[in-house]
Design a protein around this ligand. Structure first.
Ligand SMILES: CC(C)(COP(=O)(O)OP(=O)(O)OC[C@H]1O[C@@H](n2cnc3c(N)ncnc32)[C@H](O)[C@@H]1OP(=O)(O)O)[C@@H](O)C(=O)NCCC(=O)NCCS
Length: 171
């Protein structure tokens, strides 16, 4: 898996510190090291990826499998590396992992004010499906619930390819 001059690979325990350092920069509150360690131990139902560029961890993404649904639980890119296609490549990899596992749908929650992430998810076919009022305990903000269905149909992977390729033009 390539990320313009970098790569995507499964997260390992040594990545927890650098991944949480990014979270501290981009999220109002970050996961704890023990929570992330637990996620890594649940490999059967989790996908945890990191993006590297020039040997540095620049982003990560996570997926939780629940029945035939893939729940995107995180996509985070270092502020200095944003808008270079890395988030799209992480999300594309999580989409492909969901298809490879035979899942039927993907879903996520995103802060209603997070226009960047909502735009990213929409490119991949995620559509708003509801709001969880006061979902985020740290700020009390509402969450937008987004879903993409029928990911086992060929059109979904075709869309993923297009969404990812547009990013490559931005280098
Ligand atoms: C959301 C996030 C992961 C996007 O990562 P990224 O590497 O910057 O995204 P990409 O460069 O792949 O851009 C993907 C598309 O998302 C949209 N997008 C990204 N940043 C945007 C911004 N600041 N404003 C509007 N749209 C934006 C655009 O459609 C963009 O495509 P374009 O560059 O062709 O216009 C990144 O902004 C981030 O880490 N944010 C903080 C963490 C977060 O909120 N994660 C989501 C939690 S649900």
């Amino acid at each position: 898996m390539t990320v313009a001059a970098g790569c995507l690979r499964p997260m390992v325990e040594a990545d927890i510190g650098p991944a949480l350092a990014i979270d501290e920069l981009v999220y109002p509150s970050a996961w704890s090291p023990s929570f992330l360690r637990q996620q890594l131990s649940l490999a059967g139902s989790r996908v945890n990826l990191v993006a590297e560029r020039d040997g540095q961890l620049v982003g990560h993404g996570a997926l939780m499998v629940v029945a035939d649904e893939g729940h995107v639980t995180s996509v985070a890119v270092h502020p200095h590396q944003q808008r270079r296609g890395i988030g799209a490549q992480i999300l594309a990899a999580l989409c492909r992992a969901s298809v490879e596992r035979g899942l039927k749908s993907m879903t996520l929650e995103v802060r209603c004010s997070n226009e960047a992430a909502i735009a990213l998810y929409q490119r991949f076919g995620f559509a708003p499906a509801g709001v969880r009022v006061g979902y985020y305990a740290d700020t009390g903000e509402d969450a937008l619930i987004m879903w993409v269905h029928d990911i086992d149909q060929p059109e979904f992977l075709e869309r993923v390819v297009v969404a990812e390729k547009r990013k490559e033009r931005h280098g």
